[in-house]
Design a protein around this ligand. Structure first.
Ligand code: NDP
Length: 283
């Protein structure tokens, strides 16, 4: 949990080393590039202290915070307002403090949509297939549905978790969603426009790739991964070998941060600087 505009150094036993946090390094690089005397600080907060921590951050003049698991969901209980998309997703990764109010946002899915848009691809797709039904899949599918994607197929190993996401999308968004339980090698339908790996498979140091029939991929598909480290996963390499265009998870991580940065500072984020900071952190 972090984010501040301290004018003075904060010295405290609770501060965690920023050198171990890629997002922190990315934000600090962005503040520096824009000559902003801001700091991004990391704090480990027990669930029982979450409300007190938020009250303290507001009192200390923080402009906002990011939250990681498990606080992304629990923080919803302690906010003054929640953006409508974050409310549907049921998780908040960013809070901005405006006029003393704590406002919950979710920039993960928005970061994915911005990465698509920077690659010249519309989020208003006909058919998107998502591998996974966890937090990343939830944020991405809700934002895609709100941005005009017509059909979403959720492919998940745990069918209950997959069905929960399908029900959420069908009841709270205009998109039509369906579940494919993932029990054996999954064959991607030929009418899929965008395929997204939103599982944790392939995250460093795991070199694995999702169990799909790679020969079912085609040139007309855009294949995306949420894994930011390594950015060029085995999944994306296999897709490129079949002629598909690919989009890595580094862009999503940069843009989810850039959107939060703008919410806090009011300024456009220096995304190239942020990307370089992440690449150095993951090297
Ligand atoms: P969750 O734990 O909420 O969900 C993990 C998902 O991966 C579940 O659907 C799970 O399936 C599936 N999964 C994991 N292992 C396997 C496996 N061996 N076979 C099949 N399915 C599997 O994690 P998150 O959604 O929060 O994060 C997922 C990934 O997204 C992480 O690697 C994270 O780093 C990345 N991420 C990237 C972001 C970015 O900006 N680039 C932002 C947020 C996350 P099941 O339900 O069956 O267990």
């Amino acid at each position: 949990m972090s984010g501040t505009n301290y004018k003075h150094d904060l010295v405290g036993a609770m501060g965690l080393p920023i050198s171990e946090n890629p997002t922190g390094l990315m934000m600090e690089a962005a503040f520096k590039a824009l000559n902003l005397n801001w700091r991004y600080q990391l704090f480990e907060v027990a669930e029982s202290s979450l409300k007190d921590a938020l009250t303290g951050m507001r009192a200390l003049g923080f402009k906002g915070m990011n939250f990681t698991i498990p606080h992304k969901v629990k923080v919803l209980n302690h906010l003054d307002e929640v953006a409508s998309d974050a409310s549907i997703i049921g998780a908040v990764n960013t809070v901005r403090i405006k006029d003393g109010k704590l406002i919950g946002e979710n920039t993960d899915g928005k970061g994915f949509i911005r990465a698509l848009s920077e690659a010249g691809v519309s989020a208003a797709a006909n058919h998107v297939v998502i591998l996974g039904a966890g937090g990343a899949a939830r944020a991405i599918t809700v934002e895609l549905a709100l941005a005009g994607t017509k059909r979403l197929t959720i492919v998940n190993r745990n069918p209950e978790r997959g069905q929960t996401l399908v029900d959420l999308l069908n009841s709270k968004t205009p998109a039509e969603a369906k579940l494919e339980p993932w029990q054996s090698t999954y064959s991607v339908p030929a009418n899929c426009d965008i395929l997204v790996n939103a599982t944790s498979i392939g995250l460093y140091p795991d070199p694995a790739k999702p169990d799909i029939d790679y020969d079912s991929l085609s040139k007309k598909m855009l294949v995306c991964d949420v894994i930011p480290n390594p950015p060029d996963t085995a999944f994306l390499q296999e897709a490129r070998q079949r002629g598909a265009r690919t989009l890595d998870g580094l862009g999503m991580l940069v843009y989810q941060g850039a959107i939060a940065f703008k919410m806090w500072t009011g300024k456009d984020a220096p995304t190239e600087v942020m990307k370089k900071a992440l690449e150095e952190a993951f090297a």
